[in-house]
Each structure stands twice: as C-alpha cells, then as structure tokens.
Write a protein that binds this ligand. Structure first.
Ligand SMILES: Nc1ncnc2c1ncn2[C@@H]1O[C@H](COP(=O)(O)OP(=O)(O)O)[C@@H](O)[C@H]1O
Ligand SMILES: [Mg+2]
Length: 245
C-alpha cells in the first residue's frame, strides 16, 4: 500500500462523543478504494447501480420510520458480493449526510472491508479484538474509523489475527445493540449462510436481513436453502446484484 492510500490518523482528529451510556472514540482516516469498478462511486448518478441503490435506500428509510435500522447483509456462499453490497449500501445511506451510518464487519473469518474501502484499521482496534477485550472486562470505549462526516466503520484489520469465535458471545449481540443506538443506520456485513450457523447469529442481532445474490453466479437451490435457513421473520428480501456490463 503506498503512502497515498495509508490511513492518516492524527491525534488531533480523535474526538470523543457521548453515545448512550459510554463514549465512542472516533478516529479519522482516508479511504482510497482500490477498485472503483466494483465500488459504485456515488455522485455518478447516471449508473443503473446508483439508481437501484437509491431505491433500496428509500425502502430502508421507510423501515427506519417503522423502527428498523440495523440491517444484516448475507448471501448463500462466499464471494457473492456481500461486502461489496454492504459497503455501497452504507455509502448511499450516508450520502450527503442524510443519515449517520456505521458499517460493521461481522464476517470475522473472511474480512474485506479495509481492502474494499482502502483504509487501515488502527492497531489493536479490529472489531473482534475490541470484543475480546470487552469479554475480559475492559471498559475502554469502542473505537470506530470515520471515513466521512456521516460514515463510520468498525472493521477487521487484515494485518492482525481475528477472533471469529466472538460472534457467538452475547457480547457481540450487546455490541450491535449498543452501537446501534448512536446511529441512524447500522449495516452489518455478515458471513454467508450455508454450511454454518454464523449468519443466524447475525440475524439474532439485527432488525432485518438482506440476502445478496449474483444473477450469473448464485444457484437457485442455494438461494432457496438460504432463505429457509434464515426463516421468513427477519428476511427483508433478496437483492440480485451484478455489476452493469
Ligand atoms: N455485483 C458485482 N459484480 C461484479 N463483481 C462483484 C460484484 N460484487 C462483488 N464482486 C466481486 O466479487 C468478489 C467477491 O465480492 P465480495 O463482496 O467480497 O463477496 P462476499 O463478501 O460475499 O464474499 C470481489 O472480487 C468483488 O470485487
Ligand atoms: Mg465479505
């Protein structure tokens, strides 16, 4: 990663603000997405994908008015675009500061948000590392990275070991609930559904799940099994998501 892409973290940029009953520390960083083909850059209003994202945003803003604002993103299997979609959703929801959004990386075993967005997670501040310290009784504030005035990210560092088992602790669920109180939207980038119960843990912690599938890649049977494993209660819908050719 060259210097242009390295997150610049100044101590003076570190703010503290009160968030529920304990403070959250916000560290400012620069994001420099390495792949702007897949990451739909907002402002390019002509693309079909941006238009679709804004329609999805409209639907989620309606849910917000009904009291749902913590959304999990999942798919049947790996590499179906969960993290890409979750990132784009967080960007579009926070566009023009219309809402304060936290993007949370909950696919601890296969993290990718730092790479997709091109920023460095501060040392020791991966989501799962912070969770482990809380499980051991630490009272330190949550540390999140601000990538814009309305977009914060709580991600895993690709450079440090993660702790996937933290997903199954009650601390994970508590963390999502606590953090959610400080934002208009939480977007939780989850693990895939088939082959483990990890996505079901995410489901328990969020208001609704969004299932992502790729028209040219995902299998219909897998999708059916996925929707069955998640159950209908919290599944908001399936999004067919392929980059416009
Ligand atoms: N809609 C899409 N169209 C084309 N390629 C995509 C799309 N979404 C994701 N990709 C690519 O597919 C790969 C997996 O995407 P990712 O979002 O990391 O999947 P997941 O989080 O489900 O494992 C990445 O290389 C990404 O660039
Ligand atoms: Mg992913």
């Amino acid at each position: 990663m060259n210097d242009d892409r390295t997150a610049i973290v100044h101590r003076s940029d570190i703010e503290q603000y009160h968030h529920g009953d304990s403070p959250v520390q916000v560290v400012t960083a620069w994001a420099s997405p390495p792949n702007s083909d897949v990451l739909v850059m907002l402002g390019d209003t002509s693309t079909e994908a941006s238009a679709q994202l804004r329609i999805i945003r409209h639907r989620l803003e309606q849910r917000r008015a009904e009291g749902m604002w913590i959304f999990g993103v999942t798919s049947a299997r790996v590499n179906e675009g969960k993290s890409t979609f979750a990132t784009q959703l967080a960007l579009v929801l926070s566009e023009s500061q219309r809402a304060r959004v936290l993007l949370v990386e909950a696919n601890i075993a296969r993290p990718s948000l730092a790479k997709i967005l091109g920023f460095d997670v501060p040392q020791g501040q991966s989501f799962s590392a912070q969770l482990v310290r809380k499980m051991r009784g630490s009272m330190e504030p949550w540390c999140v990275v601000a990538l814009g005035p309305a977009l914060h990210v709580l991600a895993e560092s690709p450079a440090e070991p993660g702790f996937p088992e933290t997903l199954h602790s009650t601390h994970f669920q508590n963390a999502i609930g606590f953090l959610g109180r400080g934002y208009d939207f939480l977007v939780v980038d989850g693990p895939s559904v088939l082959g483990s119960g990890d996505a079901n843990v995410i489901e328990n912690s969020v208001d609704a799940m969004i299932v992502v599938a790729r028209a040219n890649q995902s299998s219909g049977n897998d999708l059916r099994d996925t929707v069955r494993q998640l159950g209908e209660r919290k599944t908001l819908g399936v999004i067919l998501w392929d980059a416009a050719k």
